[in-house]
Design a protein around this ligand. Sequence first.
Ligand SMILES: [Ca+2]
Ligand SMILES: [Ca+2]
Length: 403
Amino acid sequence: MKPKYPRRLPIILAIVAGLGITAAAWVVSRQSETGSTYQPPASPSASAEPTAISIGRAPDMALTLPAGYVVHVFADSQGRARDLEFSPGGTLLVSNPGANTVTALPDKNRDGAADEAKVVVRGGQGTHGLAFYQGKLFVAEVGRVSRYAWNESNLTATFEKDLFKLPTPGGNHGNRTLTFGPDGKLYVSVGSTCNVCDEADERYATVLVSDSEGRNPRIFADGLRNAPFLAINPTSNEVWATEMGRDNLGDNIPPDEMVIVREGKNYGWPICYGNRVHDTNYDRKTYAADPCRGTEPPIYEVPAHNAPLGLAFINSKQFADNQQGDLLVAYHGSWNRTVPDGYKVVRLSVDGDKVTGSSDFITGFISGRTAAGRPVDVIFDASGNLFVSDDRAGAVYIVQKAN
Ligand SMILES: [Ca+2]
Ligand SMILES: [Ca+2]
């Protein structure tokens, strides 16, 4: 299509030259597509060029989203697709602890579907947690945190070193995750081995912290039965997490939780759950004072057994202004409930340190008692597209605002 105002191009190029080649190319391409005077964001990142609405196929199940959003399969045949992470150059990686692999899913032609699936890490035991820091890839297995050199142009990860060991065996909750704070601190979530028990190794049921080289790993917070995914709140720079309540107390207690993980705090497990409720089913001791009084309550109670996993703070032009800073959370779904519940992605309204409400964002992973999919992790790319992993369907979906 012929640009409407071709004489403007040299002027525009001169203006944007100081903003960098990426910005210039982006403005020119928007100009020639639309002929309009579209204003780019103030500082578009290298991978912020728009992605077309995905050419991927429809998911295996009929998913329902709010009006205007569409979902397609970005990649399939990914087995137990779990943790999602973007490389600094904008390549999506997904872990598969079933096969002990990390797979790169590049979309260089930006048609919203992975061009290929390239295994970049193979081996290990329970390969699950992914993070990038200063251009390096960090991987958490059941028993260790390791670092890899990352080559964006070849899509290769080369083992460099182990940072530190993690307690083994993993038991019931062996999927470790990790995230970096803006100050370079490395946080690692280590779930409990059991439903409810006293652990022999104090590193279980904690979030650990170390520096970015893995020096001096120590317990940051404890009493966390299984905080399966961590995310840094971009406003407060604090560590937010999902947290799974115990099983076998019936359909509706205890709640799962959203928590802010703070240094030195205890979150109650194994003797307390929910909002400082003493678990007298497990802990039969009597106390002079309430043993849960000094524990940290959740900031939000998720319905029992919904199994919240991955979480992402919304920072995407494809979401409304009043939803920026809210959370998207994947509810993996119940196994321990008479009527299955969860199996969806929700948006939690966030106001400062509080969650003020919940609304469904993606539903339809389950139909009756049959779940065709189970959402695990959620992540945005630089242009605000949302990606969701599904460890039952073995898929990664891309969610976009179509209008
Ligand atoms: Ca992730
Ligand atoms: Ca592609």
